[in-house]
Design a protein around this ligand. Structure first.
Ligand code: SAH
Length: 402
């Protein structure tokens, strides 16, 4: 049950970040934890060293980020609170025209929607929720109740609380139906001019990467008559977008056989003839080396690797990998070719990523220009008071013909 009885007292001067509306309280800022310091709490008051109220936050003793703010107002964190917040998130998607472009989207993006630890995705008439922190987990009934208030016609709510970060919170992995029907093995969602099959039970994350939607559209705008190499394709979202926009040929490359099976299904769903695509199961790094030897060239290359930097400790290694990928992509590009290169590592800034891409161009001996800077689509809002919510960055880079 949510409890509001205890409080967290901060060290002198440590209230500053909360006054700037930052959501996170690190363990080092805390002078006095709640009474039961080793137990998570759904909601406690955070006060300054002088006892001034600062925020209501969830307390998570196992995490380095000991508390995450629910509200900067002195209010109860209950079903009505979540109803209000989720309704606001829904309104934001309406303002950003997301439902007009897609039948599936991220409805709640954690801190991006001022709801730390909570991810909620809509797949047509199913909701998939992912609870990533101990306090969010304790609030499950209130969150689900709020969803049922707001979406009474929903066919089912499915839980995909099986992300690794739960371990850091001391939480078990959990997956299954919370309400209504079992989701079907494939949900066919639509995005712009293409359709895609998503498997919310077995797929990555909650089944699909919505954050790349607008970038798929951008790639599609330039894909006509080009040969496209879609690296780290997962279920071939970029390929479906490019092929629907009359790319000459698309090749999906991924190491996962089930992802490529779905990629085939997605090509068929969009009536792409067999002669226009190939799915290759391979390690991207090895395949790029092979294609360089074979002198295989492409007019457009998509590089969308998984998160290569997941901690500061892996920053240098991860940046080297981003650079190697971009360098090899430059080498496989026909004159006038375009690369769409991405990093979903929050620790790699747009500035750093630009520098990596520049170094890669230099080392591959290509002159290149940035045509567009790319980011996560608008259903993953970036909270101005939480710059960490800006994680996906990309560059559309063209190689000079001269
Ligand atoms: N571009 C995709 C999302 C990519 S997710 C989309 O728009 O939906 C990253 C993908 O990279 C995963 O499918 C994973 O299986 C694949 N992957 C990770 N390491 C790989 C490697 N070394 N070689 C090939 N594929 C890899």
């Amino acid at each position: 049950m949510p409890n509001n009885n205890t409080e967290i007292r901060l060290k002198p001067g440590r209230e500053k970040s909360l006054k700037l509306r930052n959501f996170w309280v690190f363990s080092g800022a805390i002078a006095q934890p709640p009474q039961e310091a080793d137990k998570p709490a759904a909601a406690v008051n955070v006060v300054s060293d002088r006892g001034e109220f600062l925020a209501v936050a969830g307390y998570s003793p196992k995490s380095q980020i000991s508390a995450k703010v629910w509200s900067f107002l002195q209010e109860k964190i209950n079903r009505a609170f979540f109803r209000r917040k989720i309704a606001a998130a829904y309104q934001l998607r309406q303002s950003a025209m997301i439902p007009q472009c897609a039948s599936a989207y991220r409805l709640v993006a954690a801190e991006g929607d001022a709801l730390p630890g909570i991810i909620i995705d809509l797949y047509n008439d199913f909701l998939v929720i992912q609870l990533l922190s101990a306090p969010a987990d304790m609030m499950k009934d209130e969150i689900v109740g709020a969803l049922l208030d707001l979406f009474p016609d929903i066919k089912g709510i499915y839980e995909r609380s099986d992300a690794d970060v739960r371990r850091k919170e001391g939480l078990p992995m959990r997956q299954g139906v919370i309400y209504g029907e079992n989701p079907p093995p494939e949900i066919i969602i639509s995005e712009y001019e293409w359709r895609l099959a998503a498997d919310v039970v077995h797929g990555h994350k909650t089944g699909f990467y919505f954050d790349q939607r607008l970038n798929r559209k951008t790639a599609a705008m330039f894909a006509k008559d080009r040969t496209v190499l879609n690296l780290f394709s997962y279920t071939g979202g970029f390929a479906a977008a490019a092929a629907t926009a009359q790319a000459a040929f698309v090749e999906n490359v991924d190491s996962s056989a089930p992802a490529l099976e779905t990629a085939r299904r997605n090509m068929n769903l969009n009536q792409i003839p067999e002669a226009k695509f190939r799915n290759t199961r391979a390690d991207v790094f090895e395949l790029m080396r092979q294609y360089e030897k074979d002198k295989k060239f492409f007019d457009m290359i998509i590089l969308d690797p998984p998160k290569l930097v997941d901690s500061k400790y892996h920053l240098i290694k991860g940046c080297r990998a981003y650079k190697e990928l971009a360098m090899r992509a430059f080498k496989l590009l026909n004159p006038g070719g375009i690369i769409f290169t991405f990093s979903c590592s929050g620790l790699v800034s747009q500035e750093l990523f630009t520098k990596i891409t520049f170094d890669a161009a230099l080392d591959s001996g290509r002159d290149a220009v940035i045509l567009r800077r790319l980011a996560q689509d608008a259903d993953h809002p970036i909270a101005l008071n939480h710059p960490e919510s800006s994680y996906l960055k990309g560059l559309m880079v063209a190689v000079n013909n001269s």
